[in-house]
Every structure is written in structure tokens, then in C-alpha cells.
Unconditional design. Structure first.
Length: 229
């Protein structure tokens, strides 16, 4: 799981001859897990309560307890889950992840690292021919996720930052932390600072080079342990 720390200046207070900024800190958890597999973590690890949760590799956003329906509508563009399932059935090397990880805008598999790059390329091309704009993400050396092209952890964060900006609450600082292929695009956002652990998933050079992520218009991601997502 990747944690975002967003610092917000809520206002200025006059103290003597000095202005003191009141700083609020918002926490955003971003995970590859679905809501079904994410919630049990609270019974295992002592996590802070987030203000916003990004789940299912950036395909679901929940503010408090309320899902962001506008984000879901945005992801519908050039996305047809039935076509994705139909095409992926043609790849016997792809082993479906548990049903709990299959989401409206995410179709997930396990695949051997040796097979991953080739299958990602071919799958992306086939889905593009079917008229879909998709992103295929491979991470942690085993998990492959097919998402709408506009989805992903980085895209979800960019969407949230834009919402903050529209509401006049653009963060003064945003810190992201990640260690896997599905965190790659977070580090490409110009308005954020990043902390990266290259111990898991793709090597540091691959993360920076974005070689674990492709899109069709094609992408790439793998079976992470709970601590890796």
C-alpha cells in the first residue's frame, strides 16, 4: 500500500508581528487492493484513518465513506469490461486473481514474470483493435491488471489534486511513497514529491523508466503480498 501525505495551508493567523500558517495534514491511502480485501487490513495493522482512499489500482476513490461517482463515470470512456474478459480468456498463461479483486474497471491476473512483457504487448494491441483505450500494469513480479487508460494511481491522484484546486484548497505540498510497478506513474506527476523503496516490485531504474506500465491507444503491473500494496 502506498500512502500520500497532503499538507494544506488552511489559513494565516496574526501573532504579534508575524503571520503563522495553520497547516492541516490530509492522508490518502492508495492501494492495489479492492475494497473487499482492503478493509480486513484494519484488523491486522494499526493504520491511521485516511481522509480519502484510492483502491483497486486507482479505479475507485472513496472520500470518507462516500464513493466518488464522477470518477467512475470518467473511467467509462472507451472501456468495455466484457471485451477485456473475452480477449484475456485467449491467454492461458493468465491466471485470474480471486473474484474479490475483479472490479468494474479492473480485470486482474497472475502471470509469470518471464511471460509478462510479451503478453502485455499482445494483449494491449488486441484490445486497441477492439476499440478500447486500456492500460496494462504489471507489478511485484506477478500481478497483471487491465484498467481503463484514464485509471491508475497517478491518474487518480491528479484527479484529486485538480478537485482540490477547483475548490481553492490546492495542497502546498504532496508527498507520495511507493515501491511497486503500480506506483510508477505517481512519480511522474510534476506537482508531487516522492519517496521510493526499490526493494520490491520493479527495480528502481525500471520504475523511473516506466517500463512496468504500458497502454493501448496500451500497459503493465504483479502477485504482491499485503505489505507490498
Amino acid at each position: 500500500m502506498m500512502i500520500l501525505e497532503i499538507l494544506l495551508f488552511s489559513g494565516l493567523m496574526l501573532y504579534g508581528k508575524h503571520f503563522i500558517a495553520t497547516i492541516l495534514c490530509s492522508y490518502v491511502y492508495s492501494t492495489g487492493r479492492s475494497p473487499v480485501s482492503y478493509k480486513p487490513l484494519w484488523n491486522v495493522k494499526p493504520l491511521l484513518t485516511p481522509d480519502i482512499t484510492i483502491m483497486s489500482v486507482g479505479t475507485e476513490i472513496v472520500c470518507g465513506e462516500l464513493p466518488d461517482d464522477a470518477w467512475q463515470l470518467h473511467l467509462n470512456h472507451n472501456w468495455d469490461r466484457n471485451i477485456v474478459v473475452e480477449e484475456t480468456l485467449k491467454f492461458p498463461q493468465l491466471t485470474p486473481q480471486p473474484e474479490a479483486e475483479q472490479r468494474p474497471h479492473k480485470v486482474s491476473f497472475y502471470v509469470d514474470k518471464v511471460e509478462a512483457t510479451e503478453k502485455m504487448n499482445v494483449l494491449s494491441q488486441r484490445l486497441a483493435k477492439r476499440g478500447l483505450d486500456v492500460k496494462v500494469i504489471y507489478s511485484s513480479g506477478i500481478a497483471l491488471d487491465v484498467l481503463p487508460k484514464g485509471a491508475g494511481k497517478g491518474q487518480a491522484l491528479a484527479y484529486l489534486l485538480n478537485k482540490f484546486k477547483i475548490n481553492g484548497k490546492l495542497p502546498c505540498n504532496t508527498l507520495v511513497c511507493g515501491d511497486s510497478g503500480n506506483d510508477v506513474e505517481l512519480f511522474s506527476l510534476p506537482e508531487v514529491n516522492g519517496v521510493m523503496d526499490s526493494h520490491y516490485g520493479c527495480p528502481r531504474g525500471q520504475l523511473i523508466g516506466d517500463s512496468c506500465n504500458q497502454s493501448s491507444s496500451g500497459g503493465a503491473h504483479g502477485k504482491p503480498s499485503p505489505d507490498q500494496i
